[in-house]
Design a protein around this ligand. Structure first.
Ligand SMILES: [Zn+2]
Length: 47
């Protein structure tokens, strides 16, 4: 049997930044506080 195909579906490789930024001060210094993100710089809780 001939006709072996090896198709790769490279889909969904969007450049999604996992790193979030604080909307208040723009810092990336965020820590998880329970199920919320807390900015270490200004203390803002990001939902
Ligand atoms: Zn902040």
């Amino acid at each position: 049997m001939t006709g072996q195909r090896t198709e790769k579906s490279l889909q969904g490789v969007a450049s999604e930044d996992k790193e979030k930024r604080c909307p208040e001060c723009g810092s990336k210094n965020l820590v998880m506080q329970g199920h919320e993100l807390l900015c270490k710089d200004c203390g803002l809780i990001i939902e």
